[in-house]
Design a protein around this ligand. Structure first.
Ligand SMILES: *[C@@H]1O[C@H](CO)[C@@H](O)[C@H](O)[C@H]1NC(C)=O
Ligand SMILES: *[C@@H]1O[C@H](CO)[C@@H](O)[C@H](O)[C@H]1NC(C)=O
Length: 977
């Protein structure tokens, strides 16, 4: 939820006064695009685009002013240090930019450029600013948690006056080829350039300079610095010293300080990533032309009201990580910068042989990264697989936290459940209609006057009894806690925030005051370790009264949203802990608040240590360590339903896969079919929550008439049956960063026809291929088949006539979800419907074996207590299932010997959990004569009946082993020979 808006609610009164000023001036109802800058309106973006245009117009005559001083290059222990000199005038004046290129053990290379004067703090700030003088160098401290060990095996391959070549990476297959004049770095794999920095000469680091007070000069005349080798447009001083947008003026005490660089992906036609945006997963070009955007992709975390689709406009979160894909090769870059950032993308054919234009021409993707301030700090990943790139990226920024198990069940939310009785009633209704759910949510109205950590006591008279009723069926409560703290005396949270000095400061160093839900507010500065500590104290059960062990938290508005601020956020010259300007840290701000809440929930009383669950709206690289995200305030329209899957896929391939979209759409009232289709899609979102705006009609699934109620119930039960498979997919995300829902290019990087497909996906490694129906009145789905395997309908076992690279059409009337099973996989399920995931914890399993073309299949189950960190000390079960020819085997994954693990209470109880059924889809016909097979476990052989069903009317043959009885945690095998 939500943004500045009008409504008949009481809190709208103050907004109205405020709103008169800003809203009535721009009476647009849908997205207020004009509230947000275009590149043209953002001084540094405009200057750098102009710089690029000027460079491009000079062609090969252009001489980049950035050169490395050869005599100062040193290389030691996997790190190269040098000085890049930037020529700033014709008289030979230069600026020194210290350069470090480090080669990391993972095979990742890092290029960092700083500014010497600023490292030395030898600059003057204007307006008596108290801001730090260095370029922001603490993004690493928030985003990066590992993988920085340098590779001392990296070696100099050659060195001369013109440059230096370093070999590094696995089997020394990578090379960084650094040229000195101009400064460029080409990253090669097996001798072929993959990624090149400053390829087109757009590198631009606006150095610090004093403001020269000049006498008025005629229009259009150059600045008083003399002629520079920089192109004139970058000397457009109009936004150097201050900048006004939408009535807000940024005082810019350090003047212009942007960093920009072009990065070319040689031979790559597709680039993905840099969420959060709407639009296709395969990113579009941004400099105009048929089918292209006119604007760069923008990363400046913002509370965008009623966001538009298919747009490079910024949204709530930012992950400046991009990967490029061509057949059989994936590479990537991570632009570690927390300031406002824009990314231009263009693609161009490059002929291998200039005489044979068009023939054998490969496409290069050119990107241009532009940030307002901070270091130039880039990580380069050379793959070669999508898995390698994501693994390297998440080695740096961390992987998805193992979730609270309930968090992958269904969440029921609306703005707002108005009282504890309302919550209890909704809870009872779900039960009455046998609809499973795990969590009910409270939006801002549960608080006393938007004072977080308090209850609206008329409506929530007894929160504990509410929590207890939920707990009776293993259900949870999530309450919203936002970073804006109502500025009012006598409210202990506000009083403490102020007295302890833990709020974000304005440019004068006073507590920054802005408007948000509570009216006048201050913002916790979660960059400050003391603020995190204080925040932690507020969540203690004894402190946040009315909460219990089954209460978890939702962080909204943490971009931060400031209703009366520039672009609905904080002024850039606000000051954070350590003296950093908000400008420097903006995109990380949301993550620091998420981190504070995560830290608070780790332990809410002495001795407790549990996995937090915190949903966030704003995020940055690394937020995946802290919880889930959702795509913000979408709309109840078919278009928004369709837009959600590419957005969720983009999150998954960008290291933050615990993602979902508001099911049903936040704004508006979904028609019944739309709501049904949305639940069917949502059942395959990693984060699955229904949500609705305060003005939207009630739409809890049980309110719907038939057939929609049953259709939604079936989708929810499907989600619950597959929870073991989802949890296993989360485990993989936690291990190596792999996405939970996986696009075609990720699973099939050799299949070029799948590279721009973003409306279907595989669930983890289950082989389940899902294509949600997202169009009105559509009753079929065309599914792209990425390989030569066999595919079967999930529900009917119908064998589909598939061919690699072709589309297969499946029927998808309203009551059905297009889900295919790929041959060769085994996935776990729990088939007894229950009210919540907790009530299924010790249920027996069904294993579904989908036999592939070669008669084989394999799969996995990972399970732990779903709540504590005991899995870190071995309290988990991880099985690998294989059907190899004629034997089905269940064994501990990786040959783990679990016998030495001292069993805790969960593991002891879990030991009794058994395999109930094993279903073999596409069972060999020779099994038809068997009535019984033997299961061997721990030396005992037990006969079990086999129920074989012949292939019939297009349906594959299948066999069911019933009442298997083998314990799921034990090794066992079944012999079919
Ligand atoms: C500065 O540049 C202008 C335009 O390119 C040129 O006419 C002029 O001679 C230059 N002045 C100096 C001092 O180099
Ligand atoms: C949260 O932030 C603190 C302080 O920077 C850091 O030590 C901790 O590792 C962060 N937690 C996570 C899970 O990233």
């Amino acid at each position: 939820m939500a943004t500045l808006r009008f409504s008949s609610r009481p809190w709208a009164a103050f907004l109205f006064v405020l709103g008169l000023i800003c809203v009535l001036l721009s009476p647009a109802v849908a997205v207020k695009e004009n509230d947000f800058k275009k590149c043209e309106q953002s001084g540094f973006c405009k200057r750098n685009r102009a710089y690029a245009d000027n460079v491009a117009s000079h062609g090969s005559a252009w001489a980049s002013p950035y050169k490395v001083l050869p005599e100062q290059v040193s290389f030691k222990d996997g790190s190269l240090n040098a000085i890049v000199l930037k020529a700033i005038d014709d008289q030979g004046a230069t600026v020194e930019l210290p350069l470090t290129v480090s080669f990391l053990k993972s095979g990742t290379a890092r290029v960092t450029v700083d500014e010497k004067l600023r490292q030395q703090k030898s600059i003057e700030l204007r307006h008596g600013s108290q801001a730090r003088k260095e370029r922001y160098n603490e993004a690493e401290g928030w985003a990066i948690v590992g993988g920085l060990d340098v590779d001392s095996e990296a070696t100099i391959a050659s060195q001369g006056d013109a440059g230096i070549k370093i070999t590094y990476g696995p089997n020394a297959a990578f090379e960084a080829d650094i040229t000195y004049s101009p400064f460029t770095v080409a990253f090669k794999r097996d001798g072929v350039t993959q990624v090149k920095l400053n390829d087109r000469g757009f590198m631009n680091m606006e150095h610090w300079r004093p403001k020269l007070e000049k006498t008025t000069k005629p229009e259009g005349e150059e600045s008083g610095e003399g002629n520079t080798s920089e192109p004139a447009p970058s000397n457009d001083e109009s936004t150097w010293w201050d900048e006004t947008f939408g009535g807000n003026t940024d005082s810019k005490p350090r003047g212009p300080e942007s960093v920009a660089l072009d990065i070319t992906f040689h031979g790559y036609e597709h680039v993905y990533g840099i969420p959060e945006h709407t639009g296709p997963m395969s990113l579009r070009e941004t400099r105009g032309g048929e089918g292209n955007f006119e604007e760069p992709y923008r990363l400046y975390n913002s509370d965008v009201f009623e966001y538009i689709l298919n747009s490079p406009m910024t949204l709530y979160g930012a992950i400046p990580f991009m990967q490029a894909q061509r057949k059989d090769s994936t590479v990537g870059v991570f632009w570690l910068n927390a300031a406002e950032t824009w990314v231009d993308i263009t693609k161009a054919k490059e002929a291998k042989n200039p005489l044979a234009l068009g023939i054998g021409a490969k496409t290069n993707t050119h990107t241009h990264w532009i940030s307002e301030s901070g270091l130039m700090d880039i990580f380069v990943f050379l793959g070669p697989s999508p898995r390698d790139v994501l693994k390297s990226y998440t080695e740096l920024t961390g992987t998805t936290a193992m979730p609270q198990e309930f968090a992958i069940g269904y969440h029921q939310c609306r703005w707002n459940y108005v009282s504890d009785d309302d919550v209890k009633e909704v809870d009872r209704k779900f039960d009455k209609f046998n609809i499973p759910y795990d969590v009910i949510w409270l939006d801002i109205e549960y608080t006393d006057d938007k004072k977080y950590f308090t209850w609206q006591s008329d409506m929530f008279k007894d929160p504990i009894s509410m929590g207890e009723q939920l707990d009776a069926h293993g259900r949870k409560l999530v309450t919203i806690i936002d970073p804006h703290i109502k500025n009012v005396g006598g409210y202990h949270v506000s009083d403490e925030l102020k007295s302890k000095g833990l709020a974000v400061k304005n440019k004068e160093g006073k507590d920054f005051d802005g408007w948000c839900w509570p009216g006048s507010s201050h913002w916790i500065d979660a960059f400050n370790p003391a603020a995190i500590e204080w925040w932690t104290s507020l969540f203690k059960y004894a402190s946040f009264k009315g909460t219990m062990k089954n209460t978890f938290v939702w962080n909204d508005m943490n971009e931060p949203s400031v209703f009366n601020g520039p672009e609905v956020t904080m002024p850039k010259d606000n000051l954070h802990h350590g003296g950093w300007e908000h400008r420097d840290v903006h995109n990380i701000n949301g993550m620091t608040f998420h981190n504070a809440t995560y830290t608070a929930l780790l332990s809410r009383e002495k001795g407790e240590l549990r996995r937090p669950f915190v949903l966030t709206r704003s995020f940055y690289s690394g937020s995946q360590r802290l919880g889930a995200m959702w795509t913000g305030d979408n709309q109840a329209s078919w278009e928004h339903l369709g837009a959600a899957v590419p957005m969720i896929l983009a999150q998954g391939i960008s290291g933050f896969p615990f993602a979902g979209a508001d099911v049903g759409g936040f704004f508006g009232n979904p028609e019944l079919d739309l709501q049904a289709r949305w639940f069917q899609a949502g059942a395959f979102y990693p984060f699955f929550r229904g949500h609705a705006h305060i003005d939207a009609r009630r739409r809890e699934p049980y309110l719907l008439a038939e057939p929609h109620r049953s259709i939604i119930t079936a989708a929810l039960r499907l989600r619950y049956a597959l929870l073991p498979a989802w949890y296993t997919a989360f485990f993989h995300a936690n291990q190596d960063g792999s996405p939970i829902v996986r696009p075609m290019y990720w699973t099939h990087p050799s299949e070029e026809a799948g590279f721009d497909i973003d409306d279907q996906f595989f669930v983890g490694s289950t082989g389940l291929l899902v294509k949600p129906v997202v169009e009105k009145d559509k009753t079929s789905a065309d599914i792209f088949i990425p390989d030569d395997e066999l595919y079967f309908d999930y529900f009917t076992y119908k064998k589909l006539a598939t061919h690699k690279g072709k589309h297969v059409t499946v029927d998808a009337p309203l009551e059905s979800i297009p889900v295919l099973m790929r041959g060769g996989h085994i996935f776990p399920r729990r088939d007894i419907p229950r009210r919540s995931s907790q009530l299924m914890k010790f249920d027996d399993y069904t294993l579904v074996v989908v036999i592939g073309k070669d008669g084989k299949a394999e799969g996995e189950l990972y399970v732990d207590d779903g709540d504590s960190f005991d899995y870190e000390s071995g309290q988990f079960v991880h099985k690998t299932f294989t059907l190899d020819g004629s034997t089905f085997t269940s064994a501990n994954a990786g040959g783990r010997d679990a016998s030495s693990v001292k069993k805790g209470s969960w593991l002891k109880q879990f030991d009794n959990v058994a395999v109930d059924k094993i279903i073999f889809v596409n069972a060999p016909s020779k099994w038809s004569s068997k009535k019984e097979v033997e299961i061997e476990s721990g030396g005992n052989k037990t006969p079990v009946s086999l129920d074989f069903h012949k292939a019939e009317g297009g349906r594959a043959a299948f066999a069911v082993l019933g009442r298997v009885g083998a314990k799921i945690s034990a090794d066992f095998s079944v012999d079919f020979s």
